[in-house]
Write a protein that binds this ligand. Structure first.
Ligand code: NAP
Ligand code: ZN
Length: 350
């Protein structure tokens, strides 16, 4: 039997900067290799806010954000081999890629030469806009669908699909582990997962937050040390300390100051995506043979590896579950750094 989900309820931003409102959007029929997902939870990422307010430009409206999706398979296409009805699944930031370029071939679909197809705010291969997870159902190719291990509740799993993998990938790539000193800048959605994952990898973890307001939480999440970046003494005391600093900050940051915290040969990896450019003195890099790098989410295989790692270590996100009608209020709280530590929408209220 085919479920009729051609039109589904969703929350959309009708135009840049307009509040999100309840509407309906089309979903494609379930194709040969597609799964239909009954969405249970969708996380709110700061990237949703940047895009719904068109801070990165070229937004496609109406826009249904949401790329931290957790749900249950409700139907599978005839050619699907990896999933069955009833499976616990997730969808992250992209739902397709060219599948042919050197990066797709290496499982680095997020760096696809043609450009990955975003879960929302993108056009699919037929030129139709994609709509994200603030919705009741979504249809996704099985090759871009993740398996959520039994050990993680679906609400706490949803944020792993973006926040979790965005920190796991650079922490793994730059070798966070025993004997390494890692700093996480910004204790929000991404940052709190960075603390949990870096701690589970065995690194010595320091949180660099604007204030000490969340210190107790940070230490409970697994941080060994916690400093306020509003205190100039932090930058002198910690000069040259870290093998790896990962910035998750959503606003422009003084990277020169943060590079001062990196030890010789170490790296500052930025995953934040602020809307304005930053300025950099190259002297911040050459003096200590330092690396300044960026990193974007992770490929499908690595995202599955991250989910399995989190299940093995008992890690999920710290969440506040909200109803659909609270999305706009939640956006304001994220913008005010008042999130502990991820808002997750209960999709049954959409
Ligand atoms: P979030 O929950 O709002 O966390 C960002 C944190 O940055 C805040 O909690 C705050 O931490 C700190 N912060 C905010 N404004 C600041 C300022 N003006 N100066 C210094 N620190 C500030 O956001 P998120 O969802 O974690 O996303 C963070 C950024 O990463 C966003 O720009 C998002 O678009 C981007 N992102 C990138 C990727 C990727 O693949 N690279 C993936 C997802 C998201 P404290 O209160 O602790 O200071
Ligand atoms: Zn995200």
């Amino acid at each position: 039997m085919t479920t009729n989900v051609s039109t589904v309820p969703a929350y959309a931003a009708p135009a840049a900067n307009a509040p999100l409102e309840r509407t309906t959007v089309p979903r494609r029929p379930v194709g040969e290799h597609d799964v239909l997902i009954d969405i249970k939870y969708a996380g709110i990422c700061h990237s949703d806010i940047h895009q719904a307010r068109d801070g990165w430009g070229e937004g496609i409206f109406p826009m249904v954000p949401g790329h931290e999706i957790a749900g249950i398979v409700a139907e599978v296409g005839p050619g699907v081999t990896r999933f069955q009805v009833g499976d616990r699944v997730g969808v992250g930031c992209f739902v397709d890629s060219c599948r042919e370029c050197e990066y797709c071939a290496q499982g680095l679909e997020q760096y696809c030469t043609r450009g990955m197809t975003g879960t929302y705010n993108a056009l699919d291969e037929n030129g139709e806009p994609t709509y994200g997870g603030y919705s009741s159902h979504i249809v996704v190719d099985e090759n871009y669908t993740l398996r959520i291990p039994e050990g993680i509740d679906l609400d706490e799993a949803a944020p792993l699909l973006c926040a979790g993998i965005t920190l796991y990938s650079p922490l793994a790539h730059w070798g966070a582990g025993p004997g390494k000193k890692v700093a996480i800048v910004g204790l929000g959605g991404l940052g709190h997962m960075g603390v949990k994952i870096a701690h589970a990898m065995g690194a010595e973890v320091t949180v660099l937050s604007q204030s000490l307001k969340k210190q107790e939480d940070g230490l409970k999440l697994g941080a060994d040390h916690y400093y306020a970046t509003s205190d100039p003494a932090t930058f002198t005391e910690l000069a040259g300390t870290f093998d790896l600093v990962v910035s998750t900050v959503s606003a422009p940051l003084d990277f020169n100051a943060y590079l001062g915290l990196v030890r010789t040969g170490g790296a500052l990896v930025n995953v934040g995506a602020p809307e304005e450019p930053v300025s950099l003195s190259l002297f911040s890099l050459i003096g200590g043979r330092k690396t300044l790098a960026g990193s974007m989410i992770g490929g499908i295989a690595e995202t599955q590896e991250m989910l399995d790692f989190c299940a093995a270590h008992g890690l999920g996100a710290e969440i506040e579950v909200i109803r659909g009608e609270q999305i706009n209020e939640a956006y304001e709280r994220v913008l005010a750094s008042d999130v502990r530590y991820r808002f997750v929408i209960d999709a049954s209220t959409i």
